[in-house]
Design a protein around this ligand. Structure first.
Ligand SMILES: Cc1ncc(COP(=O)(O)O)c(C=O)c1O
Length: 442
């Protein structure tokens, strides 16, 4: 029976939940009703240690006063402003702050409402840029196996997760994929960047030779692939991609939806690796996950290519009703303030060695076939149950929830990415929790 007015819903049928085993969930719901700092509160009152920053997004921890107050104040002052042919000051302030934060050649920002929309925006900018420069034959997009770029058609086309693609028909045409860089036979239990596999970037050269550079608009990769189970780029790999793209006039898009906003112990992975992409896709940590918002960064060269023709004409036929929404902008500004005032990116960098050692202490525990880490990201790969892939890791997730901490699983990989405010004691608690679960599950 429907119970629409009560705070605790007791009819779970109507909501078709995203990326969720709906039938399993609805038999045994995991319901969150509150959150503060490093913890969620479950419906039964239990405190749940957040080992995943929600979905890789709550980098400053939960219900941070500066952010919640900024949202409330903005909602009372200017709730909405039309995004097309109109502006409001905070969106401009935010774009300037973001460009300052990244501190490289990124000079302009387009706002979106999610990582998926940021990806679509970036792909469209890339193709339209070449056309604006008179290179209309450059339409191909190159992604990578096991890449995750959200769930819209462009994103799943360049993405490389089979189960996210196989149900949805022909997808975009003109897309090719590089091989992924996960080499467990050679790189298992690497700390930080793995030694082997940098030469896999040369597969891009092979693809360029196959299609001819004159047909290729852009290459898109996650600097560290997150959703597919934390695949860390081998030494030299990203720089080699950059070099090949530069050599052939191909735009390099970094999808930093996970790696952005301090996750690596630097503002962005581009800063961490010292590599300049042409376009950078972000979302999640931009607003601490509190309000949907994404930001796509582009270089001046890309932006300026569009600024031609009569001045009364719209230069780029793209945008969203909520691009740069005032409340989202206020949330993002307060988030950036919080990161800065609390030195959270530096904190993540300082904690990374402790995180690494704690994670790698799981080597030798039951089922563990690999542990890998970078910044405040970690993964523990498990041997699958024969004939039942994903089941062992999912059991770990459910058992962890029961024991009071949140991890994330993809395939048979446990991924962790705590808020950057985590303490060393809480790192121990989380890792010891995983250790206990590994010893319990079949
Ligand atoms: C690298 C990457 N790109 C894009 C997305 C999609 O973001 P959203 O779920 O906000 O659409 C994600 C989400 O996890 C991501 O990890």
């Amino acid at each position: 029976m429907s119970n629409r007015l009560n705070a605790t819903p007791n009819d779970l049928r109507a909501f078709w939940m995203p990326f969720t085993a709906n039938r399993q969930f609805k038999q045994d719901p995991r319901m969150l009703v509150g959150a503060r700092d490093m913890h969620f509160t479950a419906a039964d009152g239990r405190k749940i240690l957040d080992g995943t920053a929600g979905l890789w997004c709550v980098n400053a921890g939960h219900c941070r006063p500066k952010i919640t107050e900024a949202i409330a104040a903005q909602a009372g002052e200017l709730d909405y402003a039309p995004a097309f042919q109109m502006g409001h000051p905070k969106a401009f302030e935010l774009a300037n702050r973001l460009v300052d934060l990244v501190g490289n050649k990124m000079a302009h920002v387009l706002f979106t409402n999610s990582g998926s929309e940021s990806v679509e925006t970036a792909l469209k900018v890339a193709i339209a840029y070449h056309r604006a420069k008179g290179n209309g034959s450059r339409f191909r997009l190159i992604g990578r196996e096991r890449g995750y770029h959200g769930v819209n058609f462009g994103g799943i086309s360049v993405g490389g997760i089979v189960s996210n693609r196989k149900m949805f028909g022909t997808l975009l045409t003109g897309v090719d994929h590089m091989p992924h860089t996960h080499l467990p036979d050679r790189n298992a239990f690497s700390k930080g960047e793995p030694e082997h596999g940098g030469d896999l970037a040369d597969e891009l050269q092979r693809i360029v030779t196959l299609h001819d550079a004159s047909t290729i608009a852009a290459v898109i990769v996650e600097p560290v692939a997150g959703s597919t189970g934390v695949l860390i780029p081998p030494k030299g790999y990203l720089q080699r991609l950059r070099d090949i793209c530069t050599q052939h006039g191909i735009l390099l898009i970094f999808d930093e939806v996970i790696t952005g906003y301090g996750r690596m112990g630097a503002p962005f992975a581009s800063n961490y690796y010292g590599i300049q992409p042409d376009i950078m896709v972000t979302a999640k940590g931009l607003t601490n996950g509190v309000i949907p918002m994404g930001a796509v960064f582009v270089t001046a060269e890309i932006h300026d290519a569009f600024m031609t023709g009569p001045e009364h004409l719209i230069e780029f036929m793209h945008g969203y009703t909520y691009s740069g929404n005032p409340i989202a902008s206020a949330a993002a500004l307060a988030t950036l303030d919080t990161y800065k005032e609390e030195g959270l990116f530096e904190r993540a960098a300082d904690l990374a060695p402790y995180w690494q050692e704690a994670l790698h202490s799981l080597k030798g525990e039951p089922h563990v076939i690999d542990v890998r880490n970078i910044g405040l990201i970690g993964a523990v790969e498990l041997s699958p149950i024969s004939g039942e892939p994903t089941k062992r890791a999912f059991s770990c997730f459910v058992r962890a929830w029961e024991k009071g901490f949140l991890i994330r699983t993809t395939g048979d990989i446990i991924a962790m990415s705590p808020p950057l405010i985590i303490s060393k004691g809480q790192i121990d608690e989380l890792i010891d929790g995983v250790r206990g679960v590994l010893r319990e599950v079949q």
